[in-house]
Design a protein around this ligand. Sequence first.
Ligand code: 6PG
Length: 469
Amino acid sequence: MNRAERVGLLGLGVMGRNLALNLRDHGFDVLAFDPSPTARAAAAALGFALADRPEDLAPQLPPPRTLVLLVPAGAAVDEALEDLAPHLRPGDVVLDGGNSHWRDTARRARRLGERGIELVGLGVSGGEEGARFGPSLMVGASEPAWRLVRPLLEAIAARSEDGSPCCARLGPPPAGHLVKTVHNGIEYALMELLAEAFDLARRSRGSDHETIAELFETWRRGLLDGFLLRAAVRVLRTPDPETRGPLLASLRDVAEHKGTGSWAAIEALERGVSAPTLHAAVDARLLSSAVELRRELSPLFPSPVARAETRRAELESALVAAAVAAFAQGFALLRAAFAAEGWPFAPLLVARVWRAGSILRGRLLEPIARAFERDPDLPCLLLDDELLASVLAGLSDLRAAVSEGAASGVPVPALAASLAYLDGLASARLPADLIQGMRDLFGGHGFERVDRPGRFHDLWRGRPSKGSP
Ligand code: 6PG
């Protein structure tokens, strides 16, 4: 693409406005539209050319036209495409930079593809600052569309330390949004793990916000350093101008969510992939919203008495082990989903795209990238020696952190889920034999034996306990 070319942009919310500025910094001429007069006025004040209606965008762009959508995921994307589509021609490219569900992207790409119009499913991570100064870009596109938009996307993307853009084509159109969904599943998991460490320090150990911020700050020397850890430190240290105490202490303890974390968890269930930390993180947000019930029940439960003998976990290494488990689940989910869709999976590219600009950016992505450099077909991150070593180094602290939570009544669902995941994978024999036995007893579902192949059934004539069965 010629850099002087005009790019259309539909949606001038926070993300759209910042991406417009980023595009302009890199020499692109942005023609924008937003239905909100306030958003249009703000963009005009920044000197952007504006279209009066969405249908006026395409005719003012040179063919093949490039149009970026930054509108809320869901119906707004379909509406925007309905407005735009009649004015698009074969070869034109529309990039959907919202958090769309990948199945919606697949449907939209098929529909537009019937008319020769290319849809690029663009996973964008990094929030407002990322959009402005360099997001991580997870691209789902056909080869021809990728050739057209690659220069533009690489120009505006974040750069990793070696200078390479954090932007790659990861598969066909829906692949970009699928990877973004799993990114968000891991994002929820890492946020929840940090929140649980905070709660253990606050409620089990009685530390104040500044002490916890200092503790978190020391972790920046190790594998936990990353955007989310730094964000947590900043939040912990921000004062409330009204109370003069920590602002955090004035916040309602209800975690909101827009859905992508749940999509990742649902994806794991549908694909039959174990991802307990991802589920626990979503569930913790759901439980947090039961505010009235929590207020009502909290005085009815006895306060747990933390026993003196409870060992205080070294939370840093516990969190490293738990975070590796969360990444392992996310990559296993991606591998299974890509295989089921028949898309080639390049995990190294995913790790590289996340290593700058994204919310997941952080030191842990370095050993993860090295693991996939060593073996691009690695089925599970725990099979990599380096990552396994960091998990094993933190395992007893993870156990201690979960015990500490249980002993002091501080819920640690994501830490516990990570531990259960690791313990499950470390168990050569699980109690699934009993499940199979019961399934066969009441449903005649059959079972396999350890000593010979085949499918078996038994009448289970063992001495019954009193009553049924
Ligand atoms: C990113 C984020 C972003 C997401 C927010 C809010 O990578 O920049 O994932 O896309 O929208 O983090 O997500 P929730 O409202 O679901 O917490």
